[in-house]
Each structure stands twice: as structure tokens, then as C-alpha cells.
Design a protein around this ligand. Structure first.
Ligand code: FES
Length: 279
């Protein structure tokens, strides 16, 4: 009974883990439910091993060939009790398989956090020459929108927001910028723009540290040096964030001067698309 209860608790905790993940309940609930699932499973296995599957061996003096009727009756009762135990083992084995299955499902479920899937044409995003930059309210961005040190997420005007269109726009004194060759005229009045999609696993690179001009990805702590062209300086990101060239029109509004300097997002997206295209 105690073993079955432990397996049932483990299953319930695994389901709770999935629920906590879906509801974004926080890491405490994820940790608590996963701990209960693992702990209950372990306790159930330990109890089962100790109480229902005795390991000790015992010896008995050779009985007389014709045991007394009393002994025969005891032997029959013991045999019958063993058969009941075997039936319980079948039930507990089923519960164990269900608990392990629920735990396995719970542990692979967060793989959905690996980031949004790529759009079919991610090599070409919504950014084109002449497309205005807008913020999340739809307001156009002008050269007076940000102070130096400021940051805002922007999108291409006239297009439904797509994950690979997100751009993080910062304003940095021109004399602090040390961008790769050929990008000197991509930064009107110190505005510099990079894809917000991390090149490691696709999380949004949402944290900006204006002291040192660093962009940080919260998923696995990749850190990008903005003034050097958003090259990775720490963490698992394999390459820089692609830069969006900018220019300002006569009214002082910011526009894209073309598409990104490179492919958006993790390399595995690109590899996947190449395979699809080759097929
Ligand atoms: S997604 Fe892993 S560091 Fe950004």
C-alpha cells in the first residue's frame, strides 16, 4: 500500500510539474514538484525492495519425508500468500512504469522553452530598405526618442510582429562605437540596432547594461558586446547578433537601410532550412 501510494504521489507531482511549467508558476514550484516526483519514486522503489522483495536466504534442516499434517497446511498457506504477493507485484510494476513515464514526460516538457520555431523565410525578415521602426504601441521611432544609454524593442512598420523581426535599439555616443568595417553609416545619431533573437537557442536577448554596452541573454547568460558589433564575449552563443542598418529620413524618423547583416537566430534554424530547401 505504501509503495503504491509513493508511485501515485510521484505521478501526481510529475503532472504538477507540467502544470507549473504551463502556468509559468515560477522555478520554486517547478523545483518542488520535481523533487517530490523524484523523492516519491525513490522512496517507493526502496520500500518495494525492502518489504516486498526480501533478499535474505535461509536454510532449514531437511524435513522428514512425510511431514505432519500441520506442516503441510502451513506450507500451503505460505504458497498461497506468495501468489497474492506476485499479483501485487504486477500492480506495483504497472504503477512504477506509469510513475517513470510521467516523470520522463515532465522532464522533457520544458524542451518547449528552446525558443520559437523559425519562420519559413527567416533569411529574409520583415526588414527592408525604407521600413520605419515602430515600438510595441505602433509609434514611429525618431532620432529624439531615446537619450544616450536608452534602449527599446522595435519592429518593422506594416507587418504582423514575427519573432525574427524583433530588434533591440540602443543609443550610444558615436565615439564609443567600434563596429566592423563598412558599418560606419549604419548608426544615425548613435542609434544602433541588433536582432533580439539569441544566436544560441533563440531566446530574446532582453537585458541591456549601458555601463559597458552589453546585451545579455537570460536563458544561458550569453553576453554580447554591442560596440564591437554584438560579438559574444561570454556564454554559449556561437556568433554575433546580426545588425540592422539604419538611416534617418528628412523628418528625423528612423528607417531600416536594408535587412540584417546575417541570418537571425541559432545556426540549427539555418541548417534545418537548408535541409528543407534541398529536399
Ligand atoms: S538562448 Fe542560450 S544564451 Fe541565449
Amino acid at each position: 500500500m505504501r509503495v503504491a501510494l509513493a508511485f501515485l504521489v510521484s505521478m501526481a507531482a510529475s503532472v504538477g510539474f507540467i502544470g507549473a511549467y504551463q502556468l509559468d508558476a515560477g522555478t520554486q514550484w517547478l523545483a518542488l514538484s520535481l523533487s517530490i516526483a523524484l523523492g516519491s519514486l525513490g522512496a517507493g522503489l526502496a520500500w518495494w525492495s525492502r518489504r516486498l522483495m526480501p533478499q535474505e536466504s535461509s536454510e532449514e534442516a531437511r524435513p522428514t519425508l512425510a511431514p505432519p499434517p500441520e506442516e503441510e497446511r502451513e506450507t500451503a498457506e505460505t504458497f498461497e500468500a506468495g501468489r497474492r504477493g506476485i499479483r501485487r507485484r504486477g500492480l506495483l510494476g504497472g504503477l512504477l512504469a506509469a510513475a517513470v513515464g510521467a516523470l520522463g514526460l515532465g522532464t522533457v516538457w520544458p524542451a518547449r522553452s528552446l525558443g520559437p520555431p523559425p519562420s519559413s523565410g527567416f533569411r529574409q525578415t520583415g526588414w527592408r530598405e525604407g521600413v520605419h521602426l515602430i515600438d510595441e504601441t505602433g509609434r514611429r521611432i525618431g532620432i529624439d526618442t531615446l537619450d544616450f544609454g536608452g534602449v527599446v524593442t522595435v519592429f518593422p512598420e506594416g507587418r504582423d510582429p514575427a519573432a525574427d523581426d524583433q530588434v533591440v535599439l540602443m543609443r550610444i555616443p558615436l565615439e564609443d562605437l567600434d563596429l566592423p568595417e563598412g558599418r560606419a553609416n549604419w548608426t544615425p545619431d548613435g542609434y544602433v540596432a541588433f536582432s533580439k533573437v539569441c544566436t544560441h537557442a533563440g531566446c530574446p536577448v532582453g537585458l541591456y547594461q549601458d555601463v559597458g554596452y552589453l546585451l545579455l541573454c537570460p536563458c544561458h547568460q550569453a553576453t554580447f558586446d554591442v560596440v564591437q558589433g554584438a560579438v559574444p564575449v561570454f556564454g554559449p552563443a556561437p556568433r554575433e547578433l546580426p545588425q540592422l542598418p539604419l538611416r534617418a529620413d528628412r523628418d528625423g524618423l528612423l528607417l531600416a537601410a536594408g535587412d540584417f547583416s546575417g541570418p537571425v537566430g541559432p545556426d540549427r534554424w539555418r541548417l534545418g532550412e537548408v535541409k528543407d530547401g534541398d529536399a
